[in-house]
Design a protein. Structure first.
Length: 169
């Protein structure tokens, strides 16, 4: 069985991105990690060791797949997700054994915005970072809510994305 984790980085733990993640979790068996539940400091050259980043990474390396879920803020990922990405540098410089266990796993990206207007370049940091980290990037899906709900068309897009990534039926 494929072990799947969802890492959600949003300013609101119970906002629109969480609604999409809840739908996603009704389609697949996955564990949710909300970045708001962890103290992950900004990357610095002193390699801070007093936050939750090592503990979070220790948990995430146990999974085969990691779905990175974020709202679209100013044409990019959330600040919480960007901070997580920046801290991945620590895998090379401080936590090499974790990086060694991380290689070869699969990343996916899920975004949530106010509508379908998201730039094509949105997924580039996810795909390029996966390549840099020797991970597989299995794709990206963009979602949005209409009247507070995920539309049938968006639910179908999520299902197609899961199927294409080999996570869905």
């Amino acid at each position: 069985m494929k072990q799947i984790a969802i890492l959600m980085g949003s300013a609101r733990s119970n906002g629109n991105t969480r609604k999409v993640v809840s739908h996603l979790m009704s389609q697949i068996e996955a564990d949710l990690y909300d970045l708001n539940d962890y103290e992950v400091g900004y990357y610095d050259y002193q390699h801070r060791q007093s936050d939750d980043f090592p503990k979070l990474m220790q948990a995430l390396v146990e999974y085969d797949y990691l779905i990175l879920a974020t709202p679209v803020y100013w044409y990019s990922m959330s600040a919480q997700m960007k901070t997580f990405f920046d801290r991945l540098t620590d895998l090379f410089e401080v936590h090499k054994p974790l990086y060694d266990r991380w290689e070869g796993k699969t990343w996916l990206a899920l975004s949530c915005g106010p509508d379908d207007d998201v730039p094509d370049f949105f997924a580039k940091p996810f795909a390029a970072s996966a390549e840099y980290l020797n991970l597989k990037f299995a794709g990206w899906v963009h979602t949005w809510l209409e009247n507070g709900e995920l539309s049938l068309a968006r639910k179908q897009a999520v299902s197609a994305w899961l199927k294409a990534s080999k996570l869905g039926d």
